[in-house]
Design a protein around this ligand. Sequence first.
Ligand code: SAM
Length: 227
Amino acid sequence: MEQKEAIRGAYRMTGGNSFYDGMITCSTLSGKAVCRLVWAMNKAENDAYLEKAMSGIPEHFSGKLLEVPVGTGVLTMPVYRAMQEADITCLDYSVDMMGQAQEKANRLNLNNVTFQQGDVGALSYADDTFDIVLSLNGFHAFPDKEAAYREVFRVLRPGGTFCGCFYVMGEHKRTDWFVRHVYEKAGFFTPPYETVSSLKVRLDGMYTDVNMGKLKSMAWFVCRKAG
Ligand SMILES: C[S@@+](CC[C@H](N)C(=O)[O-])C[C@H]1O[C@@H](n2cnc3c(N)ncnc32)[C@H](O)[C@@H]1O
């Protein structure tokens, strides 16, 4: 329940003021316009897929969690407020994006969250380190997706949970058009993209207890590393 409230109020709770934060939380006027135009979603739909993506994190989780990529932290810093016992590592390639996440963590007095600049395709952590790896809106951006899948699997402990969400192609023509002609050109997204069925095959091949779905062009998933 707290997690859902945190997702719904993410923008407000972290004092977000950037265009990006408004867009990713579908909160501001311009953010809502992008959500509607590009993703054909309203705020309730946006919150719904994010709730599903984060449903792999138990309330009051107290283990080790890796979030990659954390971006500006607008979606997760409010959620981490209710996870003071957890040991949370946030990683992103962009120092600038992560700096904004760090500011939010400071504002919310999150002392159990550490930030590290790095590449998801070459993680510096030992095998089997984390109980949960969370990845929101990342895999459509990662340049080397195969390396990213491999690394996430490697650092996750047997029995650990991989959950998150990202864009899948072939579900909504207008979204596919914007991805190809705007987001890719701007360097925000990098092909190749999964489809719903290719993602299912991939997750079924690597993980157990795969629970996944999609809302418009956003796929969400929760699965477990066998062990
Ligand atoms: C669309 S943002 C998503 C951020 C955040 N999870 C969210 O939902 O707001 C994509 C992020 O992926 C990061 N990124 C791209 N390639 C990466 C890589 N190889 N390793 C780590 N982060 C990467 C970018 O810096 C950017 O912050």
